[in-house]
Design a binder for this molecule. Sequence first.
Ligand code: TRP
Length: 455
Amino acid sequence: MQRNHERISFGSKLGAILAAAGSAVGLGNIWRFPYEAGNHGGAAFILIYLGCIFIFGLPIMVAEFTIGRRAKASTGGSFGVLAPGTQWKWVGYLGVLTGFLIFGYYSVVAGWTLEYLLQALTGGFNNKSADDFVSMFTEFSQDPFRPILWLSVFMIVTHFVIVKGVKNGIEKSSKVLMPVLFILVILLAICSVTLPNAEKGLDFLLKPDFGKVTSDVFLGAMGQAFFSMSLGMGCLSTYASYFGKDTRLAHTAMSVGLIDTFVAVLAGVIIFPAAFSVGINPGSGPSLIFITLPNVFEQAFSSMPLLSSACASAFYILLALAALTSTISLHEVSTAFFHEKFRISRHKSATIVSVGCWSIGVVSSLALGDWSGYTICGLNIFDALDFLTAKIMLPVSGLLSAVFVGWYLDKNIVKGEATNYGNLKGTFYPVYIFILKFVAPIGILLIFFNELSLF
Ligand code: TRP
């Protein structure tokens, strides 16, 4: 494995934070978090989720940063660099595989955002009834061509950014896209809470209902925490290999965690007050943002079609940008890996990844329509990929990364990375190690066993 001491790095610490936050903030925040929270006890879910972030998320993020920055290699190679001649390399490969699979089905939903953006811009939502929105989404998502067309557009844009490289592609795009995204989330949230009867939606999102907390809510919250923070497949470890020596790992992890949670909660604040305000029962799953929301935009401003189109467009731009900064990070994991492992150019490597993930995307897209008959354990291929990656592969490799840094890796290395080679105090270092050694592995296993016994 090529280990590059002159490795390119992000130009600034802010660039590093924004790139990592760009990876974290994505469809997971806006598409998955609100309905998970709304349907699993509101604030009760949010509390468990925050617990997962603190107990598993942040320490594992710092562990991933440690692996990447120390090895100066992409995830797929970093375990091989730090533990040469051992089987740990498989954890790296598992990460690359997970990234490939996630990217595949993720880009399908990312593509949908473009179709909806186009509809919003061209007044395609005007004068539609609730039923029209249902059939519009069903017909579109089951169509064998249109979603694939959008998926391809999304793939090409991601490919283009990746080919531009780490500094000019990833960092530059994050520095532009992330601020735009923040402004859009805040504006839309303000719009939503000022609608009549918005309190009901805020209640639904924020009122704790511990009655809805069952054991699988814990698995759900943990899976969501991993997915949303881009953990468990070395996305952030690949980015950390581009961190400079003075980037503070714990500080960066805290910033990413804060930004990510902030956007997720605000996404709920956008969606639920608006939905309750117009008396629409929020659906769950993809239908929330592709059926409920267009209907909400249409009804909230039914007398002002232009305003309705503007809000809807702003929302789908937000969604598309959030998805883009995440697909960039998913792409980078495999591109950097193939580039280093097989010593092919970045361009060639990116092409292989784009074509490979595009093919998985095509299969996932068809799985919602013509191929919905093919199922794995009762789930169509799209849902099976989501379940397998978010609920199984991410926690498993997150657990292995925690064990690797907590138990295997030389503590001088671990402490050196956590304290920037002795330049930081490292007040929380003992807590961090304790979590990596015991709390995270045992916690993840317990949540798993709990779930298995339910089957
Ligand atoms: N975190 C992103 C989101 O919330 C998705 C994502 C990007 C991801 N990279 C990842 C998820 C790595 C898991 C692992 O949408």
